[in-house]
Design a protein around this ligand. Structure first.
Ligand code: IVH
Length: 708
C-alpha cells in the first residue's frame, strides 16, 4: 500500500458517508461476481484493498456505517438451480490482517479479552490459507448425507452430488464418530491440475478459468455432477460445525478419553481427529506460541509458497484452546479467535487506454479504467474501477499513462499509481464529464460529496432501467424472467416507465408474446411471476423503491418503526421540515442518523417518487410489519456497563450481551434498561438510580445471563 493510501483522510461527514456507501456498493457488487458468478472482475488484492479502505474509513467515521455494511455479511446469497441447505450452524468467515502490527493487535486483543496474565502466552495453530470454495459436509451416522456451499453463511446450495465425486472426501467416516457431524473445509484445485484443465479446455475451444479458485468453484457448481466428476477437485478439512451428541469434555489436550467425538479440546486435537476420520489437512501447519512465532511462520510460508502444489493467499492463525475460542466468540462475520494473515499483493505495469464513465441506479457516475491487457501472475487483466473523480485527480491518472496495478491471487488489479517517467509530455489531465454520458443531463457534485450524480432522474435511461432492475431484483420484488435485457427493451418501448407499469403488463400480453425471442409460454410465466408479487411485505416494498442508502437492513428498520405503509408515507412527508418531530423521530432510529434521514426525506420531496408510491399502493397489497414473537429476555434491551467486572473483561461482557440481542450503550439515559455495576463504578450508577433504571451488580448480572 503506498503512502497516499494510508494517509489520514480529511473528509467531511457527508464525504465520508458517500465514500462508505460507494465502497459498500462496490464490495457488494464484487461479492456477487465472486460468490455467485464465479467470475470476479478484480483481483483478490484489489478486493482486499477495497475492504481495507472501507474498514479504515469506518474506523474514522464509525457513526456512518452505511446500509448494506459488508462487515455484517458473509459471501452472497445462493443462486437458483441448486436446492438450498440451511446450515445447522452458520458458516462464517475470517477477518483479514495485512501487517505485523495487525497480528500484534490480534494477539493483544485476545489477551485483553481473556485477561491473561503476562506470563501466559497463548498458543495458535497456524495453517496455510488455500483460496478455494468453502463447503460444509454433513455426516449422519458416519455417512456423507449433505454437502453445501457457504452461500450467504446461513443458507447455501446443495452440492452433495458434486462433492460425492471428490476423491479425497470420505464417503464414510472412520469409526468412532458422533451421530451427526458437519465438517467444514475448502474445495480447491492444485496448480498443475488447473493448468492442465485450462489447456484441455483451450484445445476444445472453451474459455479457460481465470485461476484455480474459479476453476474449483465453477466445477463444483455444475448442475450435472458428471462434469464435476471429471474435474480434479480436492478437499481439505479445517473445522467442524454442528456435532451431536457433543463429545465428553476431556482435559486440555487430552485426546485419549475421547470415544466418538470432537477429539479433545484444542485446535490441534481437532486436526488429529479430522485426520482419523479420513480427511486431508492443509499442511504445512505449526503450533506457535505468541505473536513472534506466528510472524516467523508467516515469513517461512511466504518464502516457500511457490513450491507448494496449490496457490495460497496467506496463512490462518487459530487460537489453540477451544474453551478460549468459546469465550471469545464472534464479532459480526468472523471469530475473534482466528485471523487470516494475507500475503502482499503482486504488481505489474500496463497502459491505460481509456477512461469510461458508467451511470448507476442512483445516478452516480463511476469512472472505469480500460487497460491494455496484461498478465499478472497468469491472469489477464483489462479493467479496473477508478472509484470517483477525486481518486483520478489525487493519483493524477491520465489516458495514455503507464500505470502500476496490483494483484494478490488473480484477475483484475487496482490502479496503484502512475509512472510519471513514462508519461507522454502531450498528455492532458482527465476532465471528468459535467454531463451524464447516458442522457446528457447536468451531473452535479454536492458540497463535500465524492460522487458526481446525473440529475436526469427517471428520464435518464441508465437510472430508470437500473431502478427498475433493482425493483424486480431477487431481494426486492423478486420477479423472475425480467432480466436487464427485457427491462431495457420494455423501457425503450415505453411499456414500463414506472414500477407500477410492471403490474399492468398483463394488458399487453398479446403484444409481448409476439416479440422476438419471447414466446407465449415465457410471457405467461413472467405474468404469473408478476401476479405472485401483488402482495409484498412492507420492508421489501421500501427496499425496492431504491432510495439512496436504504438497503435491506435500513428498510427493515423503517418497517419495524413505522409498521405500515400509510404511516410511513405520512411521517416521511411530514419529516420534510428539518426541525419537525417526525424528522427527529426518523433520525433517532438506531443506525439511521441524519444523513440517511436526509436521503429518505429528499426522496419524498420529489413529486414523481410520491406518484410512484401512490400508484403502487393502489394496485398492490403492502403487508404491515409483524413483530416477531419470542427472543431472549435481553433482546432489544439497552445495557450499560460501568466499573471493573471481576469475572470477565468489559469486551467479553459486551459481546455476551450483544449475542443475546441487547444493545450496549456508553451512557445512561432514561431509555437504558439495565446498568451493570462493577468495582469503582462512577457517576453512571448514581445517574441510573436517579433515573430509576435497574442497577445490577455483577452477581445479579451473571444470574440474569444464566437464567436465559
Ligand atoms: S477457518 C470460523 N482455515 O478462508 C473459521 N479457513 O477468508 C472458519 N480458508 O471462509 C475458517 N483456508 O473458506 C479456515 N486453513 C483455513 C482456511 C480457511 C482457507 C477459507 C475459508 C474461509 C475463508 C476466510
Amino acid at each position: 500500500m503506498n503512502e497516499k493510501e494510508t494517509a489520514k483522510t480529511r473528509l467531511t461527514d457527508s464525504g465520508a458517508a458517500a465514500d462508505l456507501a460507494a465502497l459498500a456498493r462496490q464490495i457488494a457488487y464484487h461479492d456477487v461476481l465472486y460468490h455467485q458468478k464465479d467470475a470476479p472482475e478484480i483481483s483478490d488484492a484489489a478486493y482486499d484493498a477495497l475492504r481495507l479502505r472501507y474498514r479504515k474509513l469506518l474506523a474514522e467515521f464509525p457513526h456512518l456505517r452505511p446500509d448494506g455494511d459488508p462487515e455484517s455479511r458473509v459471501g452472497a446469497a445462493p443462486v437458483a438451480g441448486f436446492g438450498k441447505v440451511t446450515h445447522a450452524m452458520p458458516m462464517l468467515s475470517l477477518a483479514n490482517a495485512f501487517t505485523d502490527e495487525d497480528i500484534e493487535d490480534f494477539v493483544d486483543r485476545i489477551r485483553r479479552f481473556l485477561q491473561l496474565p503476562k506470563d501466559d502466552v497463548p498458543e495458535f495453530m497456524a495453517e496455510p490459507k488455500i483460496d478455494g470454495l468453502s463447503a460444509s459436509l454433513r455426516y449422519e451416522k458416519g455417512a456423507l448425507a449433505i454437502a453445501a456451499t457457504r452461500g450467504d453463511g446461513a443458507t447455501g446450495e446443495n452440492i452433495t452430488a458434486n462433492v460425492l465425486t471428490i476423491a479425497d472426501v470420505p464417503k464414510k467416516l472412520n469409526a468412532p464418530f458422533p451421530d451427526i457431524v458437519e465438517i467444514r473445509g475448502e474445495i480447491y484445485m492444485n496448480r498443475d491440475d488447473f493448468l492442465a484443465l485450462n489447456a484441455q479446455r483451450e484445445k476444445e475451444g472453451e474459455a479457460g478459468f481465470a485461476n484455480p479458485r474459479n476453476a474449483a468453484a465453477g466445477s463444483v457448481r455444475q448442475l450435472d455432477a458428471s462434469i464435476s466428476a471429471a474435474r480434479p477437485l480436492r478437499f481439505f478439512a479445517y473445522a467442524v460445525g454442528e456435532i451431536a451428541p457433543l463429545p465428553p469434555l476431556g482435559g486440555r489436550g487430552d485426546t485419549d478419553g475421547d470415544a466418538a467425538g470432537l477429539g479433545g479440546t484444542t485446535q490441534q486435537d481437532l486436526r488429529s481427529q479430522l485426520a482419523r476420520w479420513g480427511f486431508s489437512l492443509n499442511e504445512p501447519s505449526r503450533l506457535c506460541s505468541g505473536g513472534g512465532a506466528l510472524l516467523d511462520y508467516y515469513r517461512e510460508i511466504e518464502a516457500l509458497r511457490h513450491t507448494l502444489p496449490f496457490d495460497i493467499d496467506g496463512v490462518v492463525y487459530k487460537l489453540n484452546r477451544s474453551d478460549w475460542q468459546e469465550r471469545l466468540g464472534f464479532v459480526s462475520r468472523s471469530p475473534r479467535w482466528a485471523i487470516a494473515h494475507k500475503f502482499a499483493a503482486e504488481q505489474a505495469e500496463t497502459r491505460l487506454n481509456r477512461i469510461i464513465v458508467q451511470v448507476g441506479r442512483t445516478g452516480a457516475l463511476t469512472p472505469v479504467a480500460e487497460l491494455e491487457p496484461v498478465t499478472v501472475g497468469g491472469v489477464v487483466v483489462s479493467r479496473a474501477t477508478l472509484h470517483n473523480e477525486d481518486e483520478i485527480n489525487r493519483k493524477d491518472i491520465r489516458v495514455g499513462d503507464v500505470v502500476r496495478i496490483q494483484r494478490a491471487g488473480d484477475v483484475i488489479p487496482q490502479v496503484i499509481e502512475v509512472d510519471l517517467k513514462q508519461r507522454d509530455e502531450k498528455s492532458q489531465a482527465f476532465v471528468f464529464p459535467t454531463h451524464c454520458p447516458e442522457c446528457g443531463s447536468l451531473a452535479v457534485r454536492e458540497e463535500g460529496m465524492a460522487v458526481r450524480r446525473c440529475t436526469g432522474g427517471l428520464i435518464c435511461p441508465a437510472q430508470a432501467v437500473e431502478r427498475l432492475r433493482h425493483f424486480v431484483s431477487r431481494t426486492a420484488f423478486n420477479i423472475e424472467g425480467l432480466g436487464e435485457q427485457r427491462v431495457r427493451e420494455l423501457w425503450q418501448d415505453k411499456l414500463i416507465r414506472s414500477p407500477a407499469d410492471i403490474f399492468r403488463l398483463q394488458e399487453h400480453r398479446e403484444a409481448l408474446a409476439r416479440r422476438e425471442g419471447w414466446g407465449g409460454k415465457s410471457v405467461d410465466k413472467l405474468l404469473a411471476a408478476i401476479e405472485a408479487r401483488r402482495k409484498i411485505p412492507l420492508d421489501r416494498f421500501i427496499y425496492a423503491l431504491g432510495i439512496r442508502q436504504v438497503g435491506e437492513a435500513t428498510a427493515k428498520l423503517l418497517a419495524r418503526h413505522y409498521l405500515n405503509l400509510e404511516n410511513w408515507r405520512a411521517s416521511m412527508a411530514a419529516a420534510y421540515e428539518a426541525e419537525s418531530p417526525e424528522r427527529r423521530d426518523l433520525q433517532d432510529i438506531d443506525q439511521i442518523g441524519p444523513l440517511i434521514a436526509q436521503d429518505i426525506v429528499d426522496f419524498f420531496a420529489e413529486p414523481h417518487n410520491l406518484a410512484v408510491i401512490d400508484d403502487l399502493s393502489r394496485i398492490l397489497t403492502v403487508e404491515a410489519y409483524e413483530k416477531p414473537s419470542g427472543g431472549s429476555a435481553l433482546a432489544g434491551k439497552t445495557v450499560v456497563f460501568t466499573g471493573t467486572l471481576a469475572t470477565m473483561s468489559r469486551a467479553e461482557a459486551k459481546a455476551k450481551a450483544e449475542s443475546l440481542g441487547a444493545k450496549v450503550a456508553g451512557s445512561v439515559s432514561a431509555r437504558t434498561d439495565y446498568v451493570v455495576v462493577g468495582d469503582d463504578a462512577g457517576s453512571k450508577a448514581d445517574k441510573a438510580r436517579a433515573l430509576g433504571v435497574r442497577v445490577l451488580d455483577e452477581e445479579a448480572w451473571r444470574a440474569l445471563l444464566s437464567s436465559l
